[in-house]
Design a protein around this ligand. Structure first.
Ligand code: NAD
Length: 287
């Protein structure tokens, strides 16, 4: 039976440490601040933002959610980001993606000050990650949370074969950079990897990270016995229940460790966001 990588329990541990840091900071008269900008009415985004706001409040982090209408122009959104860049009470800024189609996500990402870029998507922060820099700077929260999950079950990374399925800017790409920085041999598969070739790579993976949004893309015949598998997908099964990209109950019979959906990567993403907000607040405090 595989080790179940319990993201909820691990997130609780991370949050406890974050809470202690917030308490220590409040004794110095400082409260960490997180601003989340939400444009439009995307249902999933509204739920994600609510969860982030709730966790921030629980941990004593000052949180502001700025809800803008679907009709917001690029100029108005950039002005809002610039205002938050200047706000002393705000240490971390997150603009919830996807934005409505008429808005340019790349320009928005580049407008957030790198030292307030709590999501780690600014090219300065991404560039440092790809340089292999081990210094202190924000890293995309989902992949960073996954590194904590891998560490929690003592997954060896150095010299191991890691396969990342999916190459999005928020998960696959920064994930591959983190694994490379940890000295794994990294392969990235994506939508143009032929379906009959994908198993050739995945069966070779000591560490398999799957982030495609395709329900049960990964079946038991596609994994290496003894592998560690992390499922990022948030999909719906045929009954409409939340499920992942990995056929959990079949795959868990073969592997060393595996994360479930729900209760895996999701809670760790939020815990990492909170931790990084406090990292940035401490950084600002020292300046
Ligand atoms: P995305 O839609 O931006 O990217 C999907 C990726 O999958 C692309 O890079 C694409 O090339 C690849 N892909 C598509 N079909 C493929 C195939 N047949 N074989 C191999 N690769 C294929 O997605 P994303 O934003 O990275 O999210 C992926 C999934 O992870 C979604 O289900 C999303 O909801 C979930 N997610 C969860 C969290 C969390 O915190 N739990 C965070 C981010 C994303």
């Amino acid at each position: 039976m595989a080790i179940k990588i319990d993201g909820t329990a691990l997130a609780n541990q991370v949050n406890e440490t974050t809470l202690n840091r917030v308490v220590e900071m409040s004794k110095r008269g400082r409260v960490p601040g997180l601003a989340v900008v939400l444009v439009g009415n995307d249902h999933a985004s509204q739920i994600y933002v609510q969860n982030k706001e709730r966790t921030a409040k629980k941990l004593g982090i000052h949180s502001e959610v700025i809800r803008l209408p679907e009709s917001t122009t690029q100029r108005e959104l950039l002005d809002q980001v610039n205002e938050l860049n200047m706000a002393p009470a705000i240490d971390g800024i997150l603009v919830q993606f996807p934005l409505p189609a008429h808005l340019d996500e790349v320009e928005v990402t580049r407008t957030i000050l790198p030292e307030k870029d709590v999501d780690g998507f600014h090219p300065d922060n991404l560039g440092r990650l790809f340089e292999g820099d081990h210094g202190s700077f924000p890293v995309a929260c989902t992949p960073q949370g996954i590194m904590t999950m891998l560490e929690s079950v003592k997954t060896p990374l150095k010299g191991q074969n890691a396969v990342v399925v999916g190459r999005s800017k928020i998960v696959g790409r920064p994930m591959s950079a983190l694994l490379l920085r940890a000295d794994a041999t990294v392969t990235i598969a994506h939508r143009y990897t032929p379906a009959d070739v994908l198993p050739v790579y995945t069966r070779n993976a000591d560490i398999l990270i799957v982030a495609t949004g395709i329900y049960h893309l990964i079946t038991a015949d596609m994994v290496k016995p003894g592998a560690t598998v992390i499922d990022v997908g948030m999909d719906r099964d045929p009954d409409g229940k939340l499920a992942g990209d990995v056929d959990y109950f079949e795959v868990e019979k073969k592997v060393r460790a595996i994360s479930p959906v729900p209760g895996g990567v999701g809670p760790m993403t939020i815990a990492t966001l909170m931790k990084q907000t406090v990292d940035l607040a401490e950084w600002h405090e020292e300046r």
